[in-house]
Design a protein around this ligand. Sequence first.
Ligand SMILES: Cc1ncc(COP(=O)(O)O)c(C=O)c1O
Length: 429
Amino acid sequence: MELCRAAIVVKIHCRKLRLFVDNARPPLSYNVPDFFPITFLMSFVSSKIAELSPSITLAVTSQAAKMKKEGIDVCSFGAGEPDMDTPQHIKDACLKALAEGKTKYTASSGLLELREAISDKLKADNGLNYSPDLISVNCGAKHSCYNAILASCGLGDEVIIPAPYWTSYPDMVRIAGATPVFVQTTMESGYKMTPEQFEEAMSPATKMVILNSPSNPTGAVYSSAELEKIAEIATSEDILILSDEIYEKLVYDETEHVSIASLGKEVQDLTIVVNGFSKAYSMTGWRIGYTAAPRKIADAIDTIQSHTTSAPATFAQYGAIAAYRGDQQVIEDMRQEFDLRRGYMLGRFSKINNVSIVEPKGAFYFLVNIGRMGINSMNFAEKLLSRMHVAVVPGIAFGEDETVRFSYACSLDVIKKGLDRFEEFCRSH
Ligand SMILES: Cc1ncc(COP(=O)(O)O)c(C=O)c1O
């Protein structure tokens, strides 16, 4: 008995020693003292995760919400979700599923009926052929991106990410153990990566490139001709493409959304298409996204999902079926509302001194360049919030510190009031 207890004590001490060694590398921002108290060194967070930072976009939204709760009249441009309600027929389908007892697990890649609806949608809207077994239904498009990266990238791999980028891509790549390689796009190129930039960023370790068209945060939409050039390079070098098309339905003027996978069999064989229901149908809280991928990657995604989250909530999947099988006018109504707001903001921004923009052609964001004011995006956003009660997301979250992001997923009244305040703030700088 005593021997047994002694063995346990030794085991615990060895474990503590290992933790000590594992975590002996202090965060870079700390000064290294000569002697570390053991409690300081013993972090229980894995070193890979300790390098990540929480999403700034979510932090801004919750800070604005907190101020609103305190009775402060905040104009919030932070939201990454449509302000409209989910259409009624989608909610009804979910309620019906619940009433019918559809409350059990589905296949880990999602209901076959939903994957069939997605397969039909990809064919009709994007000219893409994917059988349901190549489609995986995930817990939001964020989860789809993560599954796709985890399924295909690991230690030693590089992933090219055009900046400004959606805030979560780099950390997803890091969690997978791979290395993000950023391509800084410019206002002159409409915040789009040029073929030359793509080629320059490539190395023998390049495994994947992430495309997000229409883009969060820039609203940039790649044309078919631009995508063709990128596809040509990717296919000649066997580089995977993660094509995040979550804002597909929100495009303006004559702009068309083109899925890079539709440009030919060769490129489709290298592409993982990500899409979902959050933005087009105002279903952010339902947590339904999906991947459509080449066979081996589709199987790998299914394996990951079967051991981690399994499929999203069953009754939510029935809502998603109704979204794809039902009346599509609901999307057009929302798109027109967003376009109205976009037009108004475009007019206002073009008259404000000290700032510049590239006209967004998709999604529901303006990326506003504040570089001329000589203040970094975090300080700018903090001052704007505390002095003028206007919440925006600092561009540092998207890898572009001279900008702040305005979402127009808020009412026109809020937009008008918020831009009055913003104009006043810029005038005083
Ligand atoms: C570019 C992009 N991809 C994916 C997502 C994630 O969408 P979901 O809410 O379906 O997880 C977002 C959400 O903001 C996004 O902006």
